[in-house]
Design a protein around this ligand. Structure first.
Ligand SMILES: [Zn+2]
Length: 542
C-alpha cells in the first residue's frame, strides 16, 4: 500500500474529526450513538449478499510429492527453491467466477495440506476469511469441511473472519494434515470499502485473498486471529505453493499471482486457467474482458502490464517504471525469484501490493503522472519487502511499509540521480519535522497499526520509517548499508520477520552495535539489548 492511501485517509479523517468532534462529544455526553471509526469511503449496506447454494465441487486427490509444475513459476536459477516447500503450506484450488444479478460470485473448493512446523501439538487449524473484513466488504462462506476425509464441524470467530477447523487427532510437530472445504465468495457491484481493493465495477473484478487463507501459528502464542482495522494492510500469512484451476467467462483476461501454465475450454462459454505459483504468501486475482497487455523482460523476469482501453500510453510508462524498479532492486537488495511480475490497472484507491502482482489506480493511470511513478516503484518494492520477506502487517506495519518507502528513495536515486533523491528525502524530513513541531506524539515505529491514529499513521510509518533507514545509511555508509539489506533479504527469503531480525542483519553485516539507534527510532522489541533503554523508562515499568 502506498503512503498516499494513508495520507489521504489522514486528511479525510482530520476533516471528519474537525467537523464532528464537537457533536461527537455532545453525543457521548448525551449518551448518543457511538462514534464509528472513519473508513476510506462509505461502507456498503451491512446486510450482506447471501450466496446462492451450489453443487459441491469434487476435488481429485493431489500428489503432494509432485513439485515439477511449480518450477515454471520460478526463474530457472531459483527453480530449486520449490523443493523446501514440499512440506510447507500447499493449496490445490478449483474455482469458478460468474456474475449473477449484480453480484460477482466465486464458487470454489480447496484441498490444503498443512504441516506443523512448530514444537507444539496442534488441536485446531485456523483459516482467515478476509473478504468478510469490513475493509473488503465481501462475503465468504465455507461449508463441507473435511479433515483427512472426515467431515468436521468448524467454528467462526472474529466476526466471521476466522474459521477454526478442529482436529480430532492432534497434529504432532512435523506431521501433516489434509483439509478440504467448499467455499463461495460474493462481491456486490462497486468498490465501496476502504482502498477499493475488493469487488467489481464496470467489467473489472478484483479479488484479493479470494479463498480461505491459512493463518499463522506462532509457537507458544497460538493461531493469529486478529481482525485488522480499516487502516493499513490486513493480511498475515506464510509462503506456500498454489495450484489453481480458475474458470471465468471465455472473453475474460485472468491475472493471478503466479504463472499460467495452460488454459482450456470449460463449456458454457467459460475457460479454465491453470495457474501455479512459487512460494507465495497469498494470492490476488483480477479478471476482466477489457484488459490489454504489454510485456517487457528484465533478465528472465517477464514484467506484464495490464491496462484499460485508453490506457496504452500510460501503460508503456508503467512498464518502463516497473522494469527499472525490478532491475534496480535486483541489484540493490537481491534477486526477485519469480518468473513473472504483473501490474494491473484497477479501481483501487492508489496502489496495493500482492505476491507477484500489484494493482495501480485508474485515477492516476495518466501519462506523466508523478504519483503513478512513485506508486508503481513503491508497490514493486513490496515484492522484496512483504512478498518474499513477510511480516505481520497488522502488528508490525513498519517492517514492510517503512523499508518499502525507503525503496522509493533508492529508485529515484538510481533513475534520476542525487538531486531528485535529495529533494525527496528533504521533503520527507520537512514533513516529519513539521509533524513533530505541532507537538504531536513522536511514536516509535514498532507499534501495531491500531496504536497509531489516522492523523499520524502515515507520517510515522511512511515518512519517519524511511528516514530511519536513511539515517542508518548515513551512519554505515552506502556500501555497508546495502550489504546489510542484502544479508537481510537473503537470510529471510520466504519467511516471516520480526524487528529483531532487522537489527540482527544490520549488526551481523556491519559488526556495529546498533541497539541504541534502533531503540531511538523503532522503540522496544523482543531481542533488543535492554541496556539501551534509559533507566527512568525501565523504572517506570511495573
Ligand atoms: Zn506500501
Amino acid at each position: 500500500m502506498t503512503r498516499k492511501n494513508v495520507i489521504w485517509l489522514t486528511l479525510w479523517a482530520g476533516l471528519m474529526f474537525a467537523g464532528l468532534s464537537a457533536c461527537a462529544n455532545a453525543a457521548s455526553e448525551a449518551g448518543g450513538l457511538p462514534t464509528l471509526a472513519p473508513t476510506m469511503t462509505a461502507l456498503p449496506p451491512v446486510v450482506p449478499t447471501d450466496v446462492p447454494a451450489a453443487d459441491p465441487i469434487a476435488l481429485p486427490p493431489v500428489n503432494w510429492d509432485d513439485l515439477d509444475p511449480f518450477r515454471a513459476a520460478m526463474r530457472p536459477a531459483f527453480a530449486g527453491d520449490i523443493d523446501a516447500f514440499a512440506t510447507r503450506n500447499r493449496y490445490y484450488i478449483q474455482a469458478r467466477l460468474t456474475f449473477e444479478e449484480g453480484v460477482a460470485l466465486l464458487r470454489g473448493a480447496q484441498r490444503v495440506r498443512y504441516t506443523n512446523r512448530s514444537a507444539d501439538t496442534l488441536r485446531e487449524i485456523v483459516f482467515r476469511l478476509y473478504p468478510n473484513l469490513p475493509a473488503l466488504a465481501g462475503r465468504m462462506v465455507v461449508y463441507q469441511t473435511e479433515v483427512n476425509g472426515v467431515p468436521v464441524e468448524t467454528a467462526l470467530a472474529e466476526r466471521d473472519t476466522a474459521l477454526i477447523v478442529p482436529l480430532e487427532t492432534p497434529l504432532a510437530p512435523g506431521d501433516s494434515v489434509e483439509i478440504t472445504m467448499q467455499f463461495s465468495v460474493a462481491a456486490e457491484r462497486g468498490m465501496y470499502a476502504s482502498y477499493g481493493a475488493f469487488g467489481y465495477q464496470r467489467e473489472v473484478f478484483s479479488g484479493p485473498e479470494w479463498y480461505p487463507v491459512l493463518s499463522v501459528y506462532e509457537e507458544g502464542r497460538g493461531w493469529w486471529m486478529e481482525r485488522a482495522t480499516p487502516t493499513g494492510d490486513a493480511v498475515y500469512s506464510e509462503s506456500g505453493l498454489y495450484e489453481v484451476f480458475f474458470t471465468a467467462p471465455e472473453n475474460f483476461v485472468v491475472v493471478m499471482s503466479g504463472t499460467e501454465l495452460d488454459s482450456f475450454p470449460a463449456g458454457e462459454g467459460m475457460t479454465t486457467h491453470h495457474i501455479v505459483s512459487g512460494p507465495m504468501r497469498d494470492s490476488l486475482v483480477v479478471a476482466s474482458p477489457i484488459l490489454g497487455k504489454t510485456t517487457d523482460y528484465v533478465d528472465d523476469i517477464a514484467v506484464n502490464v495490464y491496462y484499460w482501453p485508453g490506457g496504452e500510453v500510460a501503460a508503456e510508462q508503467v512498464l518502463r517504471i516497473a522494469s527499472d524498479a525490478v532491475r534496480i532492486f535486483n541489484e540493490q537488495f537481491g534477486p526477485y525469484p519469480f518468473a513473472e511480475l504483473d501490474v494491473v490497472e484497477t479501481f483501487n484507491f492508489t496502489g496495493i501490493e500482492y505476491p507477484g502482482m500489484i494493482i495501480i489506480a485508474d485515477r492516476v493511470w495518466k501519462p506523466g503522472d508523478e504519483f503513478l511513478e512513485t506508486a508503481t516503484a513503491h508497490e514493486v518494492g513490496h515484492q522484496w519487502f512483504y512478498s518474499v520477506i513477510g511480516n505481520n502487517q497488522v502488528d508490525h506495519p513498519w517492517l514492510d511499509e517503512s523499508l518499502t518507502s525507503f525503496t522509493e528513495y533508492v529508485y529515484l536515486r538510481e533513475v534520476y540521480g542525487e538531486k531528485r533523491f535529495k529533494d525527496a528525502t528533504q521533503s520527507d524530513r520537512d514533513w516529519y519535522n513539521y509533524y513533530k513541531g505541532t507537538g504531536a506524539p513522536d511514536l516509535p515505529l514498532n507499534l501495531p497499526v491500531a496504536a497509531y491514529d489516522d492523523s499520524n499513521y502515515g507520517v510515522l510509518i511512511y515518512v519517519k520509517g524511511p528516514l530511519f533507514y536513511l539515517e542508518l545509511e548515513r551512519l554505515l555508509g552506502q556500501e555497508r548499508f546495502r550489504a546489510a539489506l542484502q544479508l537481510y533479504y537473503q537470510r529471510h527469503r520466504y519467511e516471516v520477520v520480526t524487528s529483531a531480525d532487522v537489527l540482527r542483519a544490520f549488526e551481523d553485516a556491519t559488526g556495529e552495535d546498533l541497539d541504541a539507534i534502533f531503540y531511538q527510532w523503532v522503540g522496544e522489541f523482543e531481542g533488543l539489548d535492554p541496556a539501551v533503554i534509559p533507566n527512568e523508562r525501565a523504572q517506570a515499568q511495573p
